[in-house]
Unconditional design. Structure first.
Lengths: 198, 138
């Protein structure tokens, strides 16, 4: 009799717990505390944190305000990927560019790029055409260039893995060639396996 | 035989417990040069467990030379073990409208047992006048 009651109740409880833990596909907040955390890769929340921290530091420094004609014009230079993975640098730089534009302190040129390659070739062509037709040159040279590096440092002790990602950026005044602001954000992740949540 | 097992278990338990405990000693200048502009705050606590463990000591703010509002919050870990939490800042303009910039950044953080630490953030635009910070236990 006891078994007849206890067994179904236990089975139901176990299946309920199991169902509660099962994860069907669902939406989570990007970069939120339900995001997947991996040790050997840079996750979206890492890019978000690095971009947010460094944008805050850059704006607080006041370096962008020291230009003759605000807002400052920014050109994105080389950002070296020294990690063991293939990454799209725009995951970092686009967030910084958007935040700087929204702050009203800087705009980024899309017609000038490293090695003459423009992000927007059509805009570059039109700008060159306008400059050719007009006596007054419309092209505004950048007040600053943004360069940097992303470095990964991985270590292991027994089953525990640890990765430190160092996001480094420099804001250079091309007239003087001096870095007027430099920022670094380090993110360290440790564990034995990947997980969901912070 | 049984005593041996109990002693081993007790030792393992002691090691586990002592391994989780942390404590922080600190020293600072007694006569402060800088004066903090404290902000009177309004709190909404739904996670009492987290609030009792990591309490908010005070909130102060300042304006940067570029006209951005900077907010700093002092936190205190009331326990003797490290606490993990995440937080994110929300910003509002002069009309009380939330300023939505990029996706809100949740910053994971840790505070050692008994530690007193500061977290801070800079407003994304010069139009920000008010703020709200959300804390979530990890």
């Amino acid at each position: 009799m006891k078994n007849k009651i206890v067994l179904p109740v236990l089975t139901a409880a176990v299946s309920l717990v199991g169902a509660g833990c099962a994860t069907n596909a669902h939406y989570v907040q990007t970069g939120g505390n339900q995001s997947v955390v991996t040790i050997g890769q840079i996750n979206i929340q890492d890019y978000m944190q690095a971009a947010d921290a460094m944008t805050g530091e850059l704006l607080a420094s006041g370096a962008l305000g020291r230009v003759a004609n605000p807002p400052a014009v920014l050109a994105v230079s080389r950002i070296v990927n020294n990690t063991g993975q293939q990454i799209d640098i725009d995951l970092l730089t686009k967030k910084i560019r958007v935040a700087l534009l929204q702050s009203g302190k800087a705009v980024t040129t899309t017609t000038m790029g490293l090695g003459g390659t423009a992000e927007d070739p059509m805009a570059q062509g039109l700008q060159q055409e306008n400059d050719f037709k007009s006596d007054v040159k419309s092209t505004r040279t950048p007040d600053f260039t943004l360069s940097g590096k992303i470095i990964q440092l991985a270590v292991k002790a027994g089953n525990t893995s640890q990765s430190t990602y160092s996001f480094q950026l420099s804001l250079t005044d091309p007239k003087s060639g001096l870095a007027v602001w430099e920022g670094e954000k380090e993110i360290t992740k440790q564990g034995t396996r990947s997980s969901v949540g912070f | 035989m049984k005593t041996g097992i109990y002693l081993t278990l007790a030792g393992a338990l002691l090691l586990t417990v002592s391994g989780c405990k942390t404590s922080v000693n600190s020293v600072e200048n007694a006569q402060k040069t800088g004066q903090r502009q404290m902000v009177s705050d309004q709190r909404a606590v739904t996670d009492k467990k987290l609030y009792n463990r990591v309490s908010i000591v005070g909130v102060n703010s300042a304006m940067t030379p570029g006209g951005f509002l900077k907010v700093q919050i002092e936190l205190l870990n009331n326990t003797r073990s490290p606490q993990q939490f995440s937080y994110h800042f929300e910003w509002f303009d002069a009309n009380g409208m939330q300023i939505t910039t990029l996706a809100p950044v949740e910053v994971p953080d840790q505070i050692q047992g008994g530690e007193d630490k500061f977290i801070s953030s800079l407003a994304p635009t010069a139009e920000c006048r008010d703020f709200r910070v959300k804390f979530i236990a990890n």
